[in-house]
Design a protein around this ligand. Structure first.
Ligand code: APR
Length: 177
């Protein structure tokens, strides 16, 4: 784990379902009814009550975020956000990805949460190139934290070795200035 911004941002590698934070963020789809990847892992770890609560949320638009309880997860809440599917970059994907991070953190602030863990949204099944996604993720969170002291810590939880390497290189460039 490497830390930045006086320890308010951490880049690490692991399974986000094991993080004991106020909220972990789920890279969901518009139905919010589960899927593969990190979405599948979170629903498996949280148990069936998560989907029951999600059913009542009426779905979620790309770039938006909705919050539920964490149930069997060590995290108190799950913030579900729907990342953009990458279509080459001319369909507003970069702005929508930034919106995912911003709206997830705004939801954390609105609910009095202080610690949040993000997976690398959209860079798996949704095909967003990690080299483009990492600076958007880190830059958006940096700006949000500069304006919201109430958020104490944000973890970027990468899964693969390559993703970790890209996030660390990007964080060193953006956050160690
Ligand atoms: N912990 C942390 N990160 C994880 C985990 C995990 N347990 N499992 C997977 N990841 C990582 C992937 O390696 C990838 O870097 O999460 C990142 C996001 O990949 P996806 O889960 O495929 O999410 P995304 O690209 O946003 O696609 C979302 O996939 O699972 C479906 O229902 C989901 O339709 C939605 C789509």
């Amino acid at each position: 784990m490497r830390e930045y911004m006086n320890g308010r941002i951490a880049v690490t590698q692991g399974d986000i379902t094991t993080f004991q934070v106020d909220a972990i963020v789920n890279a969901a789809n518009k139905s919010l009814l589960g899927g593969g990847g990190v979405d599948g892992a979170i629903h498996r770890a949280a148990g069936p009550e998560l989907k029951e609560e999600c059913r009542k949320l009426g779905g979620c638009e790309t770039g938006q975020a909705k919050i539920t309880k964490g149930y069997r997860l060590p995290a108190k809440h799950v913030i579900h956000t729907v990342g953009p599917v990458w279509h080459g970059g001319d369909r507003d994907e970069e702005r929508l990805l930034a919106e995912c991070y911003k709206n997830s953190l705004q939801l954390a602030v609105d609910n009095g949460l202080k610690t949040v863990a993000f997976p690398s949204i959209s860079t798996g099944a949704y095909g967003f190139p990690i080299e483009k996604a990492a600076p958007i993720a880190i830059g958006t969170v940096k700006e949000f934290l500069e304006n919201h002291p109430e958020i104490e810590k944000v973890y970027f939880v990468t899964f693969s070795d390559r993703d970790l390497e890209v996030y660390l290189r990007t964080a060193d460039r953006i956050l160690s200035g």
